[in-house]
Every structure is written in structure tokens, then in C-alpha cells.
Design a protein around this ligand. Structure first.
Ligand code: GSH
Length: 201
């Protein structure tokens, strides 16, 4: 399997899962600025974006779809065990992409990622304030449950959601009002596979 994209992009969530699953893969760390003109990527992904994988001829784009594909193919404890878990893993994955990702990216961009002259602290603050509502949803779920989102164990739902919440940690967002989220994201990001993926180019 070839995984295209630098670990400093959304590809990081796919590299994290590949490490969790112990997969053999070739990592092609194409940088975000080089994606649009990269011949191999443009040949396989009409969106001309990373991440995209080529798994022995099965091409999948969209970072979250890639993760759902990989657990469907390889199984194991991170994968859903039944239809209910399939639904709940999809629920959390769609939820984080719909309600959290853009806001978290705005916080990350304006506090860390953009060059200093393009950062607007007010935009970061506004996005962080808007995140209070979805973060309360996550906090409630973690407080009511057993420390994980689905099935009483670390699954791809935790990975997909934590990969985005980690942007808030990197942005030094204030998670004091969400202690269960703060503890859970530390547990998720402290896993060996997460640390290994973060060190990739
Ligand atoms: N929804 C897509 C978003 C993909 C995306 O925006 N990729 C960015 C890097 S994280 C990219 O390729 N940017 C370069 C470009 O659009 O030219 C996913 O989750 O994979």
C-alpha cells in the first residue's frame, strides 16, 4: 500500500491508523504545497489532494474514508464488531468532520500553522468559542461512558475524533471546561502508534 501525504497534513490520521494496525506500507510524504502538481497524485485523485492511498490497485481518497476502509479490510480491535458499532463509528466520524474539523483548523491555522503575518487572533478566538458546543457533546459522551467512544475500547472512532481534537491541543486551546476530553485526547495521542506516526516526515 502506498500512502501519499506528509504527516503534517490530514494524512497523519491514516499514518496513525496504519501504525496501529501494524500494516506494511510505503509512505510518500508529499507536502501540501506540492500536491496540485504531483503527477502520481493527480493521476489517481481527481480532487488533487492528500491523503490518497493506492492499496494494490484500490485507490481511496478522503482521510476518514481511508480509515474506515482500512479497518473494514483488516479488522482487529479498532474495527467495528457488529452493525451497531459500525453505525456508532460512522456517527462519530461524520460528527467530527461536520461539526469540529473546520473550526479546529481555523484555530490551528491562526495560532500555529499560518505564517505570522497571516494570523488573525480574533478568528482563532471566534472559532474556539464556537467549538464550545461540539466539545460539550464530546465531553458528555466521554463522561457518561467508560472513557472511549464506542464499545468500551480504543477504536477508529477515537482515532478519527482525537486526530482533530489534537489540533486544539497543538493550538493551546483552553480545554479546562472539558476535562474528560483533555484526558481522553492525552490517552489517545500517547499511544505508541500515534507517537510513531507523528515522527514520520
Ligand atoms: N476532506 C479531505 C480534505 C483533503 C485536504 O484538504 N487535503 C489538503 C491537505 S490536508 C490538501 O491536499 N491541500 C492541498 C491542495 O488542496 O492543493 C480529507 O479529509 O482527506
Amino acid at each position: 500500500m502506498k500512502i501519499y501525504g506528509t504527516s503534517g497534513s490530514r494524512t497523519s490520521r491514516n499514518l496513525w491508523l496504519a501504525e496501529e494496525l501494524g500494516l506494511a506500507y510505503e509512505h510518500l510524504p508529499v507536502a501540501i504545497r506540492d500536491v496540485a502538481g504531483h503527477p502520481e497524485i493527480t493521476a489517481i485523485n481527481p480532487a488533487r489532494q492528500i491523503p490518497v492511498i493506492d492499496d494494490d490497485g484500490v485507490v481511496v481518497a478522503e482521510s476518514m474514508a481511508i480509515n474506515l476502509y482500512l479497518v473494514a479490510k483488516h479488522g482487529g480491535p479498532l474495527a467495528p464488531r457488529d452493525a451497531a458499532e459500525t453505525g456508532h463509528i460512522a456517527q462519530w466520524t461524520f460528527w467530527v468532520v461536520t461539526h469540529v474539523e473546520a473550526l479546529a483548523l481555523t484555530v490551528l491555522g491562526h495560532r500555529v500553522f499560518f505564517p505570522a503575518d497571516r494570523r488573525d487572533p480574533a478568528k482563532a478566538d471566534e472559532a474556539e468559542a464556537a467549538l464550545a458546543r461540539p466539545l460539550a457533546v464530546l465531553e458528555g459522551a466521554l463522561a457518561r461512558g467508560d472513557g472511549w467512544l464506542v464499545g468500551g475500547r480504543f477504536t477508529v472512532a477515537d482515532l478519527n475524533v482525537a486526530a482533530i481534537i489534537a489540533w486544539l491541543v497543538a493550538s493551546r486551546a483552553d480545554l479546562a471546561a472539558f476535562p474528560n476530553v483533555a484526558a481522553w485526547v492525552r490517552r489517545c495521542r500517547g499511544r505508541d502508534a500515534a507517537k510513531k506516526a507523528q515522527k514520520l516526515p
